[in-house]
Design a protein around this ligand. Sequence first.
Ligand SMILES: CC(C)(COP(=O)(O)OP(=O)(O)OC[C@H]1O[C@@H](n2cnc3c(N)ncnc32)[C@H](O)[C@@H]1OP(=O)(O)O)[C@@H](O)C(=O)NCCC(=O)NCCS
Length: 173
Amino acid sequence: MVSKNMLTPQWLIRLEAPEDAHAIDLMQDEAFGPGRFALTSSRIREGVDAANDLCFVGLIDGVIAGSVRLTPIMIGETPAMLLGPLTVSPNYKNRGLGKALLKTAKEMAEKKGIGTILLVGDAPYYAPAGYTQVPHGRISLPGPVDPNRLLAQCLNGAELPQGMVRGGHGEHA
Ligand SMILES: CC(C)(COP(=O)(O)OP(=O)(O)OC[C@H]1O[C@@H](n2cnc3c(N)ncnc32)[C@H](O)[C@@H]1OP(=O)(O)O)[C@@H](O)C(=O)NCCC(=O)NCCS
């Protein structure tokens, strides 16, 4: 009998490089469609560079098969990171790459002293990676979001901040 492991090719996770951007764009288009730019989380990221040292790609057979990015945000007066998009190409789904990218992003964020990672996503997928629902009303986004999909994970002994989210670290809009 062939085990699941024998069918699962190994991936390589490394920091995102500038030349990966096009492949990541195509993958995000495929996964989320053009409507992704209207999402509140996308609007928070507008005009803010993702953290170069906290963006990762997963390669399978030398091809970019997944991507995760973290972008600096403020929650009230507290610096934090917004995770997303997390994307795995439909061709490489269900092989554990999404979870592996989440784990890498979390470990590196922890090493860099990040206090909180926030995201908008499906709780059942993110809960095993340590993300829990933000208590309703504690964190506000500058646009519509289903409060049940607003998830966060605190690192380095930080407490969950409160307040309005805006893109960037400390710059005032
Ligand atoms: C969601 C996504 C990142 C998962 O990546 P992946 O590499 O296929 O996921 P993994 O292999 O790490 O995990 C697969 C497991 O997660 C489950 N899963 C996948 N998407 C899920 C979701 N939205 N909600 C709950 N569970 C989910 C699968 O059923 C599978 O379960 P199993 O391990 O019990 O079989 C990928 O499917 C994707 O890019 N989807 C489109 C974009 C998207 O929706 N991204 C954000 C999610 S809110």
